[in-house]
Design a protein around this ligand. Structure first.
Ligand code: ASC
Length: 160
């Protein structure tokens, strides 16, 4: 019995794991309709903004610094930081309600560079949070905010 289970595990677990990871990669990158991609990226940016504002208020000394809360907000930001960028799919530039400028699609290298810069700054913020020095978190959070703004200035409609 024991060896049957072991063998079943050996034969089924790996293909199952492969299937699961293939399905989740697909879920992450495939949208039924362009509007789904717009909803997905807006939801991701919205949540990241909420958690970044909470972290940043503490980092900039506007709200009492709570290391645990900073770490919790950081974990959410880190988990989300790549996801919305998977959703700037072809055709989603024409969806009503998108605030993305045509430059996202006409200047893909520049857009990718801005996304990479943001993700690099998020990585540095994560390291600073891990380091536990509020003054370093303050500087790194400021740089993340700058990278958000730089991307918005070039790739997002004004007034949003
Ligand atoms: C935020 C938030 C952003 C950035 C950006 C920084 O808190 O939601 O999009 O900071 O405004 O300039």
């Amino acid at each position: 019995m024991r060896s049957t289970l072991t063998s079943t595990t050996r034969h089924c677990l790996l293909p199952l794991l492969c299937l699961c990871s293939a399905l989740s990669a697909q879920a992450q990158n495939t949208f039924q309709r362009p509007g789904d991609a717009v909803e997905y990226r807006q939801a991701g940016f919205e949540l990241m903004g909420t958690h970044f504002r909470r972290l940043n208020a503490m980092a900039q000394g506007k709200v009492a610094y709570d290391a645990k809360a900073v770490e919790d907000n950081m974990a959410v930001i880190a988990a989300l930081s790549k996801l919305p960028f998977t959703a700037f799919v072809p055709g989603s530039d024409k969806v009503k309600g998108t605030e993305a400028l045509p430059e996202v699609w006409s200047q893909p290298a520049k857009f990718q560079e801005a996304a990479d810069k943001f993700q690099a700054e998020v990585g540095k913020l994560q390291a600073a949070v891990k380091g536990g020095k509020p003054e370093e978190v303050k500087v790194a959070a400021g740089a993340v905010g700058q990278s958000c703004k730089a991307c918005h200035d070039s790739f997002k409609q004004k007034g949003h």
